[in-house]
Design a protein around this ligand. Structure first.
Ligand SMILES: *Cc1c(COP(=O)(O)O)cnc(C)c1O
Length: 444
């Protein structure tokens, strides 16, 4: 069975006691390495990211044509980055911690097409697959204007193929909407925690939604099994896909261009901190890889997880990666942060990024709700609970004396810092649902 003994593990890794007790916890990885050294752990490089960026460019005319909300950006799926200085003040007052530097929000919550970070990776992988099929069939060449993919001929062609995916919600939403639009026959295997409105939305797009009473890993396993039986079915593997990962990592180049255009400098004296909510790890891992490629050792990435689902923290901290789940420690993996309700982290991402992520922390669902309400009041920006996980990051870092000392960052450097909270979802949450989130947040 498992190749570890829980009691021995807890003895060797003292922070596990906090994770088991569902306490807020933070771990700053002492084993991080310079980008020049650790980049080889990933097995992908800047050329792979460029290739993904080029592919997304080829598809832009098509996306602009078939999705109204993508037309405004000419088919480029990208989000705004905004200053949240009123939120910063409120956080400082509420937590009693001074946040040195500038606080910004990356609004992947409002990405076109599916309103979450999954509009990067999920859509990219569907497009990649569609391109492969169409080129192989001799229907498409890379120099074509891809808006021809919107024609009935292509829809008919893609309808002969199936796509399957297992999801807690948002990945299914992205892959389902994109696949159905192209014409694919698509099935989304949804875990028990997936929201009803997401299932309804998918069905309204003609997606086959398969529901499970179990958690995410079971939904993924079932999707994988179903796909195995059918050679025309392509399974999108959230736990291992390098294609998904690359779709997310294109965000690095885009972020660099955005910061440049705002005159925001990132270098050793002006560090960048990025706080990423983490589920299975593909989204935050891919984004972190993308920003690392741009900013190397001047960017510091942190993963944020619910106290009930700290899978990546657990996997990297114990070096057991996908071999251990939170349930192995008696942690229930039950959280309102549906995109983050994952008990076992991606082994691929854990290994690839182990030396490139500066730290990991957990926070409670209540804290996410509280921050959700605070952000709505102070900045009038509405997010889903998962997307607030990154908001606690700046306070964690500011209090991490040992880590800051190890990184050689004193107050004068921190005053030049830029903190980016990656808001991963919420743009498509129905109003009634959002009112419930706000009500809950205001009551805490
Ligand atoms: C999926 C998701 C994440 C995390 O991405 P993973 O690839 O699962 O780690 C974070 N926030 C939201 C809203 C998500 O839907």
């Amino acid at each position: 069975m498992s190749d570890f003994n829980v009691n021995e593990l807890v003895e060797k890794y003292p922070l596990l006691a906090d994770l088991i007790a569902l306490k807020d916890s933070a771990w700053f990885n002492p084993n991080i390495a310079p980008f020049a050294v650790a980049k080889d752990d990933v097995g992908l490089d800047a050329n792979d990211i460029d290739d993904a960026a080029q592919r997304l460019k080829r598809f832009a005319p098509y996306l602009a044509r078939v999705f109204e909300d993508a037309a405004k950006s000419k088919g480029i799926i990208e989000s705004e980055i905004v200053d949240i200085s009123k939120m910063k003040e409120a956080l400082e007052a509420d937590y009693g911690v001074k946040i040195r530097g500038r606080l910004m929000l990356k609004k992947d919550s409002h990405l076109p097409i599916s309103g979450s970070i999954k509009a990067r990776g999920g859509i990219y992988e569907v497009l990649h697959h569609a391109e492969d099929l169409a080129i192989e069939a001799g229907l498409l060449s890379k120099d074509d204007d891809y808006s021809k993919l919107a024609s009935p001929e292509f829809k008919e062609f893609f309808s002969r193929y199936k796509i399957a995916v297992g999801s807690t919600g948002n990945l299914g939403l992205s892959i389902g909407i994109m696949s159905a639009k192209l014409g694919f026959n698509v099935s989304v295997h949804m875990s028990a925690d997936a929201r009803e409105w997401k299932k309804q939305k998918l069905r309204s797009h003609g997606v086959n939604v398969v529901e499970y009473q179990n958690d995410y890993s079971v939904a993924v396993a079932q999707g994988r099994e179903e796909a195995k039986k059918d050679p025309s079915c392509f399974f999108i593997d959230d736990e291992n896909s390098k294609t998904l990962f690359l779709g997310y990592s294109v965000s690095g180049q885009r972020l660099k261009a955005q910061l440049d255009s705002m005159g925001i400098v990132v270098d050793k004296e002006h560090p960048l901190f990025v706080y990423l909510p983490c589920g299975v790890g593909g989204g935050p891992g891919g984004v972190a890889f993308g920003v690392k490629n741009e900013f190397k050792d001047d960017v510091h990435c942190f993963f944020a997880e619910p106290t009930h689902s700290p899978c990546m923290y657990l996997g990297v901290y114990t070096n057991l990666h996908e071999k251990i789940s939170v349930q192995d420690l008696g942690i229930d993996n039950v959280t309102a942060a549906d995109g983050l309700a994952v008990g076992r982290a991606s082994g691929f991402v854990g290994h690839a990024m182990a030396r490139l992520i500066d730290g990991y922390y957990t926070l409670s669902d209540d804290e996410m709700y509280k921050l959700l309400y605070m952000l709505s009041c102070k900045e009038d920006i509405k997010l889903e609970p998962s997307a607030l996980a990154g908001m606690k990051g700046p306070m964690c870092i500011m209090q991490a004396q040992e880590y800051l000392k190890r990184m050689g960052m004193d107050e004068s450097v921190l005053d030049n810092a830029t903190h980016i909270v990656w808001a991963t979802g919420g743009g498509m949450v129905p109003e009634a649902e959002m009112s419930k989130y706000l009500e809950k947040g205001s009551s805490l």
